[in-house]
Design a protein around this ligand. Structure first.
Ligand SMILES: CC(C)(COP(=O)(O)OP(=O)(O)OC[C@H]1O[C@@H](n2cnc3c(N)ncnc32)[C@H](O)[C@@H]1OP(=O)(O)O)[C@@H](O)C(=O)NCCC(=O)NCCS
Length: 360
């Protein structure tokens, strides 16, 4: 009987290039405090955030994803024609179908790659990275683009002081491909649906169908609960990811946790007893929490600024709505040529979030 051919070997996968897109509107805490009863001091001390980037009307999820992805491909020394799978992680694509990944693949000039979106909130990029490593490993794809993109400013209530200062926009991308040595360690991932309401869309899109005056769905969050869960649960996930990679904290060159709150990061750094030489991502201060984009934009920034060492090991660790989590150890790729710079000068006031044009 003829069977399905067994793959002859497992191909190790690694990150070959990174890309990042920071949107144009730099929004300070003072600007937000024109709408919420808060202060620059409170926001800095409770979250670590000084500024965040918000997209303009033109900076749709598609535009930002294409920008970051094109850089990742170029920085890997490849062309778009060599990409055979595109995975986009986002919670900000306002159309259910077609997927954002197919539009991005088309805009990049790829040749009919597999293309699909995934949703795992702020852990989505680490989920996608794990899928990419498995696709390359099994021989299902050779070069996989993993993109995390968000436009959360559009899903915020600018008058809600518990969320308005936290979330931001942006895109980051990794190009994953075959390598002589494993460059992406086994993922440790999971979910805890008993906390599913702690970060949620306030209402479903269906509410807009059922009532004309229904409010636009926004992010609703039980911040204190999420904080406690992340600070308590993520340490053991980090330890298991290190163990599965056969590495210890002394082997790390960088620690890149999801940029949700600087105090959560510091708790994790302390709990893991990271040695001094490990560079820690703290891009939350300038970038805010850009969900699926937070880890790749942080990796890009650390490499571009020379804070993290190309070829060194980095522990990635993410958590988000669900609640879901994922972590893995990776070998860092070559540094991108330049730190990301926003395209136009910052706006003067924090106007309400720019709306995605209805035709995109
Ligand atoms: C949101 C977050 C910064 C709030 O910080 P916190 O220290 O937990 O603050 P609390 O929610 O306990 O609120 C403390 C007090 O500040 C008040 N407060 C809340 N937001 C405020 C604001 N923007 N400005 C001033 N005061 C504020 C609260 O009303 C509360 O007042 P009370 O003590 O009189 O009741 C923090 O909980 C957090 O970051 N949680 C994790 C969120 C997260 O990671 N989400 C994304 C995961 S992907």
């Amino acid at each position: 009987m003829t069977g399905i051919a067994r793959p002859s070997h497992h191909t190790p996968a690694a990150i070959l290039g990174v890309g990042s897109h920071l949107p144009s509107r730099l929004v300070s805490n003072a600007m937000l405090c024109e709408r919420i009863d808060s202060s620059d001091e409170w926001i800095r001390s409770r979250s670590g955030i000084r500024t965040r980037y918000w997209a303009t009307e033109e900076e749709t999820v598609e535009e930002m994803a294409v920008s970051a992805a094109a850089q990742a491909v170029a920085n890997a020394g490849l062309t778009a024609e060599e990409v055979d799978c595109v995975i986009v992680s986002t919670v900000s694509h306002l159309r259910q179908f077609p997927s954002l990944a197919v539009s991005v693949a088309h805009r990049l000039g790829t040749r009919a790659p597999g293309a699909f979106d995934i949703t795992a909130g702020c852990a989505g990029f680490c989920y996608g990275l794990s899928l990419a490593a498995d696709l390359v490993g099994a021989g299902s794809a050779r070069h996989v683009l993993v993109i995390g993109v968000e436009r959360l400013s559009e899903q915020l209530d600018p008058d809600d002081r518990t969320t308005a200062f936290l979330f931001s926009d942006g895109a980051g991308a990794f190009l994953v491909g075959p390598s002589d040595e494993p460059g992406i360690g086994p993922v440790v991932w999971g979910s805890d649906g008993s906390h599913k309401d702690t970060i949620r869309q306030s209402t479903s899109w269906a509410a807009l169908r059922d009532a004309r005056d229904a409010p636009w769905p926004v992010i609703a969050m039980e911040g204190r609960e999420v904080f406690k869960w992340a600070a308590y649960e993520m340490g053991p996930v980090a330890e298991r990811a290190l163990e599965r990679a056969g590495a210890g904290v002394q082997d790390l060159s960088a620690f890149v946790p999801h940029q949700a709150n600087l105090r959560i990061t510091e708790e994790l750094v302390k709990g893991l007893a990271l040695p001094e030489h490990v560079a820690v991502a703290r891009t939350i201060a300038d970038y805010g929490n850009s969900s699926a984009a937070s880890i790749p934009t942080a990796v890009h920034r650390m490499l571009a600024d020379g804070d993290a060492k190309p070829g060194g090991l980095a522990l990635l660790l993410a958590f988000g709505t669900g609640l879901v989590y994922a972590g893995q150890v990776v070998r860092l790729p070559p540094a991108p040529p330049e730190p990301p710079r926003p395209a136009v000068p910052a706006s003067r006031t924090a106007e309400p979030a720019a709306r995605t044009p209805t035709d995109s």
